[in-house]
Write a protein of this length. Sequence first.
Length: 112
Amino acid sequence: MQIIKKVIIVLFLLFLFSSLTKNIFNYQKKLSFYESFKKDYENEKRKNLSLKTEILKKSGPNEVEKIIRNKLNLSKPEETTIILPEPSPTPIIISPTPIPNWQQWLKVFVKN
């Protein structure tokens, strides 16, 4: 009877230990998921803030006027506009490929 009690206690302790280890591993996985999710959330929050500030910068009256003037090629009444011509492409001089050395030597000896 003593042996059966000891075996049952040992089995019960093994069951508790295995359950505890399983719970610890699950907790660690969930904790790492939470940390990665929190990190992604913070990154997206910073990105959202930077986009909102960019929208505010772009919607200012001076910026809107600048964009409209650049797209429509307009100028203010007292401004002087300078139009630069497009640069012409430089011609590429194609040089013939040199004759290999062995053919040059052959010409030297066969020519005479």
